[in-house]
Write a new protein. Structure first.
Length: 313
């Protein structure tokens, strides 16, 4: 169930941008995720509250309905046009003899009835008989650590009709959508249930990351030292298929790329994608008289070698 104030749940203002909302959600989801707080019921409930708020505020259509109509605008089958027509006709909150809004809907003369029944009868012709209708889809977001996104994972989600286990496939990058047939809202008049649509979000990782859309490879930032760059080295690198030894050629530059064939993400019915290693040259933090003397000798020996030739605006 969504919290009473979705903006307060995420700690943002009503004027917050899409980027601000996403940033706030990712920070809270990372702090409150059940995997990090096993057995903490309060944080688990707070995590669900944050996820429910983000589900609405990250969707421009849902957010607009919420901003204009409040929680009522998020109810299943809500029709803004019919609602406005109802209000203009004198049937708004506290008008036309209607009482407050209770758990069953509006209360008129002490008799509760559902707003959907009321709106379905607008136009003076009453409610038309309807055949079987599919239930409404449920949309939710599942937060993954990078390791689970790369290797795949199983999650148990709490739904209105009970928990359901979901298998997240390997390589589920941010924005991936999973559809679980029949796990949404119940159908009407004998119609099938709706679907559960999960959007995947992935926490940032200090070393591994996904490429741009359309790039199936996995990417790794690999730090190397000055001596390793100059002399060359053999470096053990973690990959989804186990640790491998990568040979760094002598004289490797910062930004160089190495491609490890089929050491990336598992693909159904096909070989693994590749792992692209991006070399990041790290300067020395240690400073000693011996090192300064050694690097001064290197500077003198390489003074004729220009590394900025052609540098201009």
């Amino acid at each position: 169930m969504a919290p009473a104030d979705l903006y307060s749940a995420l700690g943002v203002s009503k004027s917050a941008s899409e980027a601000e909302i996403k940033k706030a959600y990712r920070k809270l989801a990372h702090e409150l995720h059940p995997d990090r707080n096993a057995g903490d019921k309060a944080k688990e409930d707070r995590f669900k509250e944050v996820a429910a708020a983000y589900d609405v505020l990250s969707d421009s259509k849902k957010r607009s309905l919420y901003d204009q109509y409040g929680p009522e605008g998020l109810r299943e089958g809500f029709d803004p046009a019919a609602y406005e027509a109802f209000r203009r006709g004198g049937g708004g909150f506290g008008q036309g003899g209607f009482g407050g809004f209770g758990a069953e809907g509006f209360e008129g003369n002490g008799i509760p009835f559902d707003l959907g029944d009321l709106l379905g009868g607008l136009g003076g012709r009453g409610r038309r008989p309807q055949g079987p209708r599919k239930g409404q889809d449920i949309e939710a977001t599942v937060q993954l650590e990078m390791t689970d996104a790369v290797l795949g994972a199983e999650r148990e989600l709490g739904l209105p009709d009970g928990p359901v286990k979901v298998r997240i496939p390997a390589g589920a990058r941010p924005g991936t959508k999973l559809r679980l047939r029949g796990k949404g809202r119940p159908g009407r008049s004998g119609g099938p249930a709706g679907d559960l649509i999960l959007s995947v979000d992935v926490s940032d990782h200090p070393w591994f990351y996904f490429g741009d859309e359309g790039d199936d490879d996995l990417h790794l930032r690999l730090p190397i030292g000055v001596a390793e760059a100059y002399l060359g080295a053999k470096v053990d690198v973690p990959t989804p298929v186990g640790s491998v030894t990568v040979k760094i050629p002598p004289g490797t530059d910062h930004g160089a790329k190495l491609r490890l064939r089929e050491k990336g993400i598992a693909k159904k019915g096909a070989p693994h994608s590749d792992l692209i290693v991006h070399i990041e040259l790290r300067g020395l933090k240690t400073r000693t008289p011996e090192l300064e003397e050694a690097f001064q000798r290197i500077a003198d020996a390489t003074s004729s070698e220009s590394v900025r030739e052609g540098l201009r605006l």
